[in-house]
Design a protein around this ligand. Structure first.
Ligand SMILES: [Zn+2]
Length: 191
């Protein structure tokens, strides 16, 4: 498909993802906020070992060849790692109203049915909160600008499922950003 933007295809854990993002330059395109999704299908149960490079290749074939799109979501996050799909420095395809202005993050799972507060869902959530905190810090994004795909007026998808509560995610992102950058201005020493 002409115009396909390619995929990065690398996977990271929270710390190495942070280092990776520090190496990027958003000179041609700069996102204004982040849109959160869940894959629905496949669910966590359908990917007992999480996502593999082979799964990413299949996703690439699906978006590029079947959908005829130029890109996909930027990240696929499972319980073990953060996969970079469409390069973070170019616009992707994930949410009709916001593709031009937002990064798209897919979480592996169907959080309409699968728990997001325990087990593998909780691990996905932690990886996701960490990735969002990294992107907000580097791009200077206010965590409150986070949107869920289901908030897009042009979609009918109930994505992500109801177990994903936006304000909880925002709070956790804020807490993590504070924890990572816990410095304060020093109090002037008394002369
Ligand atoms: Zn979605």
């Amino acid at each position: 498909m002409a115009g396909w933007k390619g995929i990065v295809g690398n996977n990271y854990v929270a710390e190495s993802f942070d280092s990776y993002c520090h190496s990027l330059a958003w000179s041609a395109w700069r996102p204004s906020f982040i849109v959160l999704h869940n894959t629905g299908i496949p669910s966590l149960a359908q990917r007992p070992q999480g996502l593999t490079a082979k799964h990413l290749d299949s996703l690439q074939a699906y978006y590029r060849d079947q959908q005829g799109w130029k890109g996909g979501p930027h990240l696929f996050i499972d319980d073990q790692q953060i996969w970079v799909f469409t390069p973070l420095t170019v616009s992707g395809t994930h949410s009709p109203s916001w593709n031009k202005v937002a990064l798209g993050i897919e979480m592996l799972g169907d959080y309409e049915k699968e728990p997001f507060h325990s087990g593998r869902g909780l691990a996905v959530r932690r990886n996701t909160v960490s990735a969002i905190a990294t992107l907000c810090a580097i791009l200077g994004l206010d965590p409150h600008t986070l949107r869920l795909h289901r908030e897009d007026p042009l979609t009918t998808h109930a994505c992500p499922g109801k177990n994903v509560r936006k304000l909880e995610i925002i709070q956790e992102v804020q807490d993590l950003m504070v924890q990572r950058h816990a410095g304060e201005h020093p109090i002037k020493p008394v002369a």
